[in-house]
Ligand binder design. Structure first.
Ligand code: GUN
Ligand code: FE
Length: 438
């Protein structure tokens, strides 16, 4: 007989922008395949008992009451080395980088410091329910190694590459950047993500050579694109003076010319883009990572970079997912990112910004972009038994997933720190890796 486990609770299972399966009293059935547990079935409890009661016993059944069972989050853009700048003053992107972020990242040169930070950060990340995504590390080799070792789940990680317009202690030569890229790519293979910080700090030669290597080894590439108008102006004026780029018309053109676009490319932000740029991103299957809490006004603890043009991005069918952009974004919890997404877009009349969409874009959409949707991203049968348990205190459970998510998430909008306390348990492939009685 197969080894089965049973979990009783309220089940949410995102499928796409419009559809999220919702089972107010549900049964999740998992079975062991190889080393880990895989989802076998999910169904209403009544039907579940008819089918499985004969296999259920005290030992293999966990009743979460009506607590929510949902897939773990994918945070598709964040800087693990920026935990300490989340709450620093944010006047504007470039000033914030120079004044607070670069000095903070420079501290990771110290190995003992970096290891201690990694131990705390990645434990917290799991506790917040994030089990996959794309991570930026500092320029330092050991910091990336620690991140890959400590991050639990499905992550790609890259060391930022910085060769120009950077403080001395963070400036590498082109050769250093390329040698490190080769070395770390060889060591970590597809877990490694080629990460030129952005066109301001990374020379086109490094981008070109690294992008080629990444394509050859099927590694992901990530960088920042069109986050603020000031940044875009600087990028264009800079590249106009670089041989081969004199005629470049847009920020996206620069990344296209250097081979940075493609189906394994993640572009952070992409707020201020022309139709032509969106068309290029769409054609090349490049993904945009929308970071609403980071882009939010200063009054909401963001950098005030502007609002992602959701309607245009959808019109041009550009692939996209959500990210926290820690420390541009102030909080790690993807519940906070979902809330900010819905709140900011709905305020400007974009009714398509629903909680159901926010959940899909914080889970399965990330797995799809990383190409691992067959095994992760939601709770469909056949996928890994990786899920979160989230208690809630309202008695009458709304009957549709949109209202349910709104109720669950809106309650903490005034105390955003509280999102970090929402998750009570985290399961990875059937293993309970976090438990905290809420
Ligand atoms: N652009 C280049 N580097 C960064 C960074 O660390 N954070 C954000 N938000 N934007 C960037
Ligand atoms: Fe970022």
């Amino acid at each position: 007989m197969q080894k089965l486990n049973f979990y009783i609770g309220t089940i949410l299972n995102p499928q796409n922008d419009q559809v999220c399966d919702f089972i107010p009293q549900g049964l999740l059935v998992t079975h062991k395949i190889g080393k880990g547990y895989v989802i076998k079935d999910l169904l209403p409890l009544k039907e579940g008992l008819l089918r499985y009661q004969k296999f259920m016993n005290k030992k293999n059944t966990t009743d979460f009451g009506h607590s929510l069972i949902m897939p773990g989050f994918f945070d598709m853009h964040f800087h693990w080395v920026q935990d300490d700048v989340r709450m620093m003053p944010k006047d504007s992107l470039l000033e914030w980088l120079e004044k607070y972020t670069f000095p903070t990242e420079a501290k990771f040169k110290n190995k003992t410091y970096a290891l201690k930070k990694a131990q705390v950060f990645f434990k917290t990340l799991t506790e917040e329910g994030t089990i996959g995504g794309a991570i930026y590390s500092s320029i330092h080799e050991h910091a990336l190694n620690y991140a890959i070792k400590k991050a639990l789940g499905h992550f790609v990680v890259g060391n930022v590459l910085m060769n120009m317009n950077s403080p001395l202690e963070l400036t590498q030569t082109e050769e250093e950047s390329l040698e490190l890229t080769k070395k770390l790519m060889k060591k970590h293979q597809q877990k490694f993500c080629f990460t030129p910080r952005f066109a301001i700090t990374t020379t086109p030669r490094v981008m070109k050579k690294g992008a080629k290597l990444s394509d050859k080894h099927k590694c992901f590439k990530q960088t920042h694109l069109s986050e603020t108008p000031q940044e875009i102006d600087f990028v264009i004026s800079l590249y106009k003076k670089i041989t081969g780029f004199e005629k470049v018309k847009s920020y996206t053109d620069i990344y296209q010319k250097t081979g940075m676009l493609g189906k394994r490319s993640l572009m952070g932000h992409g707020i201020h883009l022309s139709k032509k740029e969106l068309l290029t991103l769409s054609k090349t299957q490049t993904a945009l990572i929308h970071c609403p809490t980071s882009n939010a006004p200063l009054s909401e603890k963001g950098l005030g970079s502007g609002l992602f043009d959701l309607q245009k991005v959808e019109k041009y069918k550009v692939r996209w997912a959500l990210g926290s952009d820690i420390g541009g974004g102030p909080f790690l919890s993807m519940f906070d990112v979902m809330r900010s997404f819905v709140h900011q877009h709905q305020k400007t009349g974009v009714k398509e910004a629903t909680y159901v969409k926010a959940l899909y874009r914080s889970t399965l959409a990330g797995a799809e972009i990383l190409g691992i949707q067959k095994t992760s991203g939601n709770l469909n049968p056949g996928k890994e038994a990786s899920f979160l348990v989230v208690p809630f205190s309202f008695r009458r459970i709304p009957t549709n997933p949109e209202l349910f998510l709104k109720r669950l998430i809106d309650q903490h909008r005034k105390n955003r720190e509280d999102y970090s306390k929402l998750v009570e348990m985290v399961y990875l492939k059937g293993d309970r890796v976090y438990f905290h009685k809420v």
